[in-house]
Ligand binder design. Sequence first.
Ligand SMILES: [Zn+2]
Length: 398
Amino acid sequence: MTDRLYYTDARLDRFTAAVLAIADDGRRVVLDRTAFYPTSGGQPHDVGTLGGIAVVDVIDDDERIVHCLADPIGVPVGSMLVGQVDMTRRVDHMQQHTGQHLLSAMLSDEFGWPTLSVHFGDETNTVDVACDDFDPTMLAALERRANALIVQNRRVTVSFEDAADATGLRKPSDREGELRIVTIEGIDRSACGGTHVDYTGEIGALLLRRAEKTKGNTRIEFICGHRAVSRARVDAELLTTAARMLSAAPHDLPGLVEQQMQRLTEGERERKRLVADLARYQATAMWTASIPDGDGVRRLVVPVTGPVKDAEPLAQQLVALGFCAVVVTNHSLGGVMMATAADTGIDAGQRLRAALQAVGGRGGGSPRLAQGAIPDASQLPVVLESLGFLTPLPEPLA
Ligand SMILES: [Zn+2]
């Protein structure tokens, strides 16, 4: 059995203990007592060193705590070892955990939303509360209220009470025997095995970042202490960078971004209009310069370097001029598109499908517009010939 030193002293960072058991070639160590907090109750484990070797994980194994080491310890059972807990990480966890007690108590007592579950992460934390119609505009007011309670600097104490006699607990415990109870003076009494600060003032600050609906409840993201300030700093840097790119003040960003989005939409609409105009002019020039075949149909080959689909506006404009059949080709990708005017009587879908299949390609479409590809682009002249296009291939359009 391991004596949990953090139960009574969350600030204890250095301790000496005897080795009770060793496993995994010296990489797993059980001590008679420890200040290392194991992952439990949602709070992540501590890190640090044991006998000078890095502690990478701490596991709660019923009555024992297992320290997982980066390298084998190389000492026999019964040896005395010095443990050193990384207090930067520990204090951060104490701030997050105590902040959560305070936040959960406030949300339950003042707003009637009991906490359903809690998650503590490396970067951020969340509480899920029983509230199905959360208004996100309340976040600022909730955050102000939580920080007001923090500033009141209320005492946080730990007591050990018999489960049968422990009254006023936020959530009744289903355990029997002795309970470890964490009390925030005048605010909360909860059975909890985690590590906490001694006064609410040590939580430092509580930042509510956002709220989202989850399975009919509300998940609220919160960060406490130094981490809240660091996160606010990162957010401020991001805003400043974005604002600098738009030569604006961070305050003006939302309006400006909306304005830019609108301009982008308008620009895209205008671009499409110009592409259509250009296609019309190009088509007229190409159609006029072409010479009809014996059947009166003008057959034009339009090689392109990009996707053949991009040349669809041009092909459509060409066939719109009548008595015209167009094949768009991409010589490196083996892409082919065919468009025909109705008055040619040529079924683009049928003709192209047959021509592509003959050289192992695939494709098809409607009688007026069809598209496909062949695996070996060097076969394109064969495809063109079987489509009745004998025109020598001109240089691709840029
Ligand atoms: Zn706790």
